[in-house]
Ligand binder design. Structure first.
Ligand code: BES
Ligand code: MN
Ligand code: ZN
Length: 504
């Protein structure tokens, strides 16, 4: 997908389809009357007066201009009531318009983004509209071999404006969006790819691709190296599979050598069958998405490098399958983690926390300024919060605030759950230091409490993305399936890292 920027008046540009945003029950387009007076204005008036379009949120209408203006079509995109306006709605509205254009078989769509008087900056709105459209157009098709010619693909989005300062802003927004969206697409592709083609080795290979030609170094630890280090919690999980586990380490150094890095940790279960505590077969195929945290970390590091952010960022991705092979973990087994603490494995399906425990210990060696882990960790979090929000836990107020703010800005919102002492009781073991589950009650919290035992002396946030990582139904700018959730959240967090925690 290419973003093209053209100088000129939108009403004079020979677009296949020109998107015109409208607030609910407003007379004039939100895009500003200076663009749409005269004939287009009359066309729009007509549909509104006839009651066919009210500007309701995500409402779409296609108008044919019959050569009255150079654009062949005008796509009206409803923004809903002006008082409820926010960037999330803009993302969804432009995604809807772009998807409509694609459904019509168009290869190109044209935006003019002069939406006035909303309390948001032009730059923010431009980024949101472009980002929403591109993210909404995502499709995963490499495995479709039949009737490929019927797969509709958009080639470009053109943005037209006649003012030089606006064009400068659009250019900057487009550059950012291209890089961020590329990273989200990358993460979605990784998660969508089935387990047979996305093994731990394939993940390491994908990491190699992003490190190439960028200021990123890659180091992959194999099983022999991990044994030497003593990462037996991670290796315990890996024992059930014939696919060799990999510990993927990506280092982006955009700041001075000595500056403490931000460490991002992503759960990389390329397939989670549950192991000996095997899962029910219904929907088990979705467990190819159990590496969504790892994919998000890779995407975020890729975007950080592309954007040249002035930070040191490390990505740690423990990657393995969880299968019930002949050497698999058994309930009751006790593992000695990399930290030295021992873990009684009560349920082999609570494997994510085992591999993350060793990754958290590994993070310590960087003396990190902060550690953020992302994991499709618990079904319990999905039950508690659904797929609209990420569960957040952490030990540091300012870091949580940074993540919360980035969540509001990107629409990848987080909701904090408690890490109170009361819950820590539930993961005490009779025979080892901890056990790997605390039972059904408060499952997302006891999982986080477990992780906290391995989060060393650094500000730490744990994000449980089990709900939003995979969607059963489309959302306004997120097609069903792999969402790439976490990439934009992390990138926003990193972009704002050295600013104040309050929204810009
Ligand atoms: N990967 C799953 C969690 C999950 C479930 C993510 C559904 C997305 C959708 C995780 O490894 C798991 O199996 N957790 C168990 C923990 C339990 C055994 C304590 C769960 O949530 O059931
Ligand atoms: Mn599991
Ligand atoms: Zn899992």
């Amino acid at each position: 997908m290419k973003i093209e920027i053209k100088k000129g008046k939108p009403a004079e540009y020979p677009a296949e389809a020109l998107v015109v945003p409208l607030f609910e029950d407003s007379e004039a387009p939100a895009g500003g009357p200076r663009f749409f007076d005269g004939t287009v204005g009359a066309l729009i008036d007509d549909v509104i007066k006839n009651g066919d379009f009210q500007g309701k949120l995500y409402q779409i209408a296609v108008l044919y201009t019959r050569n009255s203006v150079p654009a062949k079509r005008v796509i009206l995109a409803g923004l809903g009531p002006k008082k409820d306006f926010d960037l999330e709605k803009l993302r969804g509205a432009y995604a809807g318009a772009a998807r409509q254009a694609r459904a019509l078989g168009l290869k190109e769509i044209t935006f003019c983004l002069d939406i006035s008087d909303t309390g948001q900056t032009f730059r923010q709105m431009t980024e949101a509209a472009l980002e929403g459209a591109i993210l909404g157009l995502y499709q995963f098709t490499p495995y479709k071999t039949l009737e490929r010619e019927k797969i509709k693909v958009m080639d470009r989005i053109t943005v037209v404006d006649d003012k030089d300062d606006a064009l400068r802003g659009i250019r900057a927004a487009a550059k950012t969006v291209e890089r961020v969206a590329q990273a989200v697409y990358f993460a979605r592709d990784l998660v969508s790819t089935p387990g047979n083609d996305m093994t731990p080795s394939d993940m390491a290979q994908a990491a190699r691709r992003i490190a190439k030609h960028r200021r990123i170094t890659l180091n992959v630890l194999d099983v022999v190296q991990m044994k030497k280090l003593g990462m037996h919690a991670f290796l315990g999980v890996a024992r059930g599979s014939d696919e060799p586990a990999k510990f993927i380490i990506l280092e982006y150094r955009g700041a001075k050598r000595g500056e403490s890095p931000i460490v991002l940790i992503g759960k990389g279960l390329t397939f989670d069958s549950g192991g000996i505590s095997i899962k029910p077969s219904e929907n088990m195929e979705e467990m190819k998405s159990d590496m969504a945290g790892g994919a998000a970390v890779m995407g975020a590091i890729m975007a950080a490098a592309e954007l040249g952010l002035p930070l040191n960022v490390i990505g740690l991705i423990p990657a393995t399958e969880n299968l019930p092979g002949g050497c698999a973990l058994k309930p009751g087994d006790i593992l000695k983690s990399f930290s030295g603490q021992t873990i009684e494995v009560v349920n082999t399906d609570a494997e994510g926390r085992l591999i993350l425990a060793d990754a958290l210990t590994y993070a310590q060696r960087y003396k990190p300024a902060a550690v953020i882990d992302l994991a499709t960790l618990t079904g319990a979090c999905k039950v508690a919060l659904g797929d609209h929000v990420i569960g957040m836990f952490g030990n540091d107020g300012p870091l949580k605030e940074k993540v919360r703010t980035a969540g509001e800005q990107t629409g990848e919102r987080v909701w904090e759950l408690p890490l109170w002492e009361d819950y820590h009781e539930l993961i005490k073991s009779d025979v080892a230091d901890f056990k790997n589950t605390g039972g059904r009650a408060g499952g997302a919290i006891t999982a986080a409490a477990f992780l906290s035992k391995f989060a060393g002396n650094f500000p730490w946030v744990h994000l449980d993305i089990a709900g939003p990582a995979w969607l059963a139904k489309d959302k306004p700018y997120t097609p069903k399936g792999a969402t790439g959730v976490g990439v934009r959240l992390l990138v926003q967090c990193l972009r704002d890292w050295k600013c104040d925690a309050s929204p810009a």
